[in-house]
Design a protein around this ligand. Structure first.
Ligand code: DAU
Length: 342
């Protein structure tokens, strides 16, 4: 199949592109705007593969998308391009609506006009909002609570409207918290692992008792590929790892992997509107034939090892443009924070 992956130089996108080319035997065009978290090092190993092609560009660029679909005879599109970080959406919400809603709309419309056979929107379990009890099913009401999750909800509603209105064959996956190698160190696990390696404090929001369901990136990509191939048009599929943990517990587990003290944990001012818990019911995608294979213990250990062994990948990020964001997001919080003992 000729597949266009957007955002393929990012975290999930790069793992997905690699999987589609090397395991699936597909021809893949990777279009990525190379914004702050896009990194061509993530796909360097594919550079000379004849089934792979990188194009620097934005999903908001209608002409580019139109020509890519036509010139490469694209049959399937997977939209991974997105602004993804909740904390950044609180600092600067506008860009989230531009990429995650408007950009998705442009890509979708060009795909429909060209008669693309399958369109998969990579979305998030955050569209359900905070789930205090039980697990969300695909039919549950959407109740996003951050500018990020509201933008993702807007994008996927637009995608689903194309099935209702045009019978254009779209699918949506709603993934849970994904972790693994190559994740930009603004997210919880890579931030905490790299800070711990450098003996820097780990800024844990609020009481640290929020719960997330952790999904290994390799399992997430297998799910996306599976839905692209076998999913039903017009359908939504939850994708969870089945590894629900409190943030504090994850912080303690990763410190244990690194043999670092718990005193590195710093309780800091909470994220505004912080969702307490996400949990998705994965019965539907299980029945389609996918289930996660990587236990959290194994996945976390290998992720920690990857960051230990790939300091040349993350150190330039943390000492570059990221520094300014880190200052804005954490400097005051860390100054006012308290350790476990205090
Ligand atoms: O649930 C899927 C979503 O997971 C994805 O759609 C998002 O793109 C992805 O960013 C992630 O959202 P979260 O907000 O859950 O992930 P994050 O890594 O930012 O935070 C995970 C938890 O850790 C959350 O409860 C907030 C907390 N946290 C995070 C950071 C960055 C802290 O306590 N301290 C921190 O410094």
């Amino acid at each position: 199949m000729n597949i266009l992956v957007t955002g393929g130089a990012g975290f999930i996108g790069s793992h997905l592109v690699r999987r589609l080319v090397t395991r699936g035997g597909h021809s893949v065009v990777n279009v990525d705007a190379l914004k702050y978290s896009g990194n061509l090092l993530n796909v360097k190993d594919l550079e000379h593969d004849s089934r792979y092609r990188f194009v620097h560009g934005d999903i908001c660029d209608r002409q580019l998308i139109e020509s890519l679909i036509r010139d490469h005879k694209i049959e399937g599109i997977i939209n991974c391009a997105a602004e993804t970080h909740v904390d950044r959406s609180i600092l600067d919400p506008g860009v989230f609506a531009s990429t995650d809603v408007v950009g998705t709309g442009i890509l979708l419309e060009e795909a429909r006009r060209a008669g693309v056979k399958r369109f998969l929107q990579v979305s998030t379990d955050e569209v359900y909002g905070s789930v205090e009890e039980g697990s969300s099913t695909e039919e549950d009401r959407l109740a996003p609570r951050s500018p990020y999750s509201a933008s993702k909800a807007g994008g996927e509603l637009l995608v689903l409207s194309y099935w209702t209105t045009y019978r254009f064959p779209v699918m949506v996956t709603r993934g849970s918290n994904t972790y693994g190698p190559n994740q930009y160190p603004e997210k919880f696990i890579p931030l905490f692992v790299t800070n711990a390696i450098e003996d820097q404090p780990l800024p844990l929001y609020g009481d640290g008792r929020q719960r997330r369901d952790w999904l290994a990136v390799q399992d997430h990509c297998a799910a996306i590929e599976h839905v692209l191939m076998y999913g039903e048009a017009g359908s939504v599929y939850n994708v969870g790892g089945g590894n629900e943990r409190e943030n504090l517990v994850v912080a303690e587990e990763l410190l244990a992997c690194l043999s670092k003290p718990k005193s590195l944990i710093r309780f800091v001012q909470d994220r505004p509107g912080h969702d307490r818990r996400y949990s998705v019911d994965c019965g539907k995608i299980n029945r389609l034939g996918w289930k996660p294979e990587i236990s959290f213990e194994r996945g976390l250990r290998s992720t920690v090892e990857w960051y230990q062994q790939h300091q040349p990948w993350w150190q330039p990020i943390k000492s570059g443009a990221f520094k300014q964001y880190y200052e804005e997001q954490y400097r005051r919080r860390l100054k006012e924070g308290r350790t476990c003992a205090s």
